[in-house]
Design a protein around this ligand. Structure first.
Ligand code: GRF
Length: 195
């Protein structure tokens, strides 16, 4: 039987698409569910096009109790083995990180622990990296804890920051690496004996 992944997304879902492409015909790993924090978003369209079930959560800010309950219910009912945050902007409640120890991962578009935490999302991250005159940036996949971008780091990929980079150009170069790294880490966690 295949391991079942839930992908959580709040945006366009290009990382989700990379996972769809990678695991489409995989014998041991199946994307069983997309959980969206709102609608409409690009990730939902991608799920629909690929026959992946979708659940939309209540707002984490406006109804935290309902958000937590629904998230837990979705994961339990779909018998999820691994939760993958791919551009998901809400915090995962502590009760859920406790129920899924080392089973929730996130991808972040910088080399954590730098340029992470509240407010470091989207282009803000790349603007900050350029403003700090860093020569290198990249992406990080880490386990999720109850604080933004604080869980143990699993893997990183580096890219150079070029002198004339705009935040958009840097984001694009990093995103290409994210698309590779996230799927690799999913395999590494679920199929650890694979070389
Ligand atoms: C990515 O840069 C990811 O690192 C961050 O959010 C962005 C999501 O992009 N957490 P996409 O929706 O997968 O295109």
């Amino acid at each position: 039987m295949a391991f079942r992944i839930a992908v959580l997304a709040s945006g366009s879902g290009s990382n989700f698409q990379a996972l769809i492409d990678r695991f489409k015909s995989h014998p041991q790993i199946k994307i069983a569910l997309l959980i969206a924090s709102k609608q409409p978003i690009g990730a939902i369209a991608r799920a629909t096009q690929n026959g992946i079930p979708v659940q939309v959560l209540p707002s984490a800010k406006e109804s935290p109790g309902a958000y937590e309950m629904m998230l837990q219910k979705c994961l339990t009912e779909a018998r999820i083995d691994l939760v993958v945050l791919a551009g998901f902007l809400s915090l995962i409640p502590a009760v859920i990180t406790k129920n899924y120890p080392k089973r929730i991962i996130n991808i972040h578009p910088a080399l954590l622990p730098d340029f992470g935490g509240k407010g470091f999302y989207g282009l803000n991250v790349h603007k900050a990296v350029i403003a700090a005159k860093r020569k290198e940036s990249g992406c990080t996949v880490h386990f999720v804890s109850e604080e933004y971008d604080k869980g143990d780091i699993i893997a990183q990929r580096k890219v150079p920051v070029l002198a004339k980079d705009t935040p958009e150009e840097l984001a694009k170069r990093i995103l290409a690496e994210e698309h590779q790294l996230l799927g690799e880490v999913v395999e590494q966690i679920l199929l650890p004996s694979k070389p």
